[in-house]
Design a protein around this ligand. Structure first.
Ligand code: SF4
Length: 83
């Protein structure tokens, strides 16, 4: 393994995979207000993911999800209880 290569700690919207990012964004927009996490809560969750060692190239390696989508639901939790 090349130790000079670091995994990307980017969220999906930052990876350049615009087709998937647009699909996830559209899915989030279809959620009802009661389903959605509040905007401040959502931003805080994504900041936690951005700093997490398990985020790789837009995907959470602990649950296989796109954090932007998982964090959008008020009821969802991080699999490691970081949020
Ligand atoms: S959901 Fe949890 S484990 Fe996954 S990247 Fe975010 S903080 Fe890390």
């Amino acid at each position: 393994m090349n130790e000079n290569i670091r995994p990307c700690r980017c969220l999906l919207m930052e990876t350049g995979r615009q087709d998937i990012a647009a699909d996830i964004k559209a899915r989030i927009e279809k959620l009802s207000e009661s389903e959605k996490a509040g905007s401040a809560e959502y931003a805080a969750r994504l900041e936690t993911c951005r700093a997490c060692e398990h985020l790789s190239d837009g995907t959470c390696l602990k649950c296989g999800c796109y954090p932007e989508f998982r964090a959008a639901f008020a009821k969802n939790r991080c699999p490691l209880k970081k949020w």
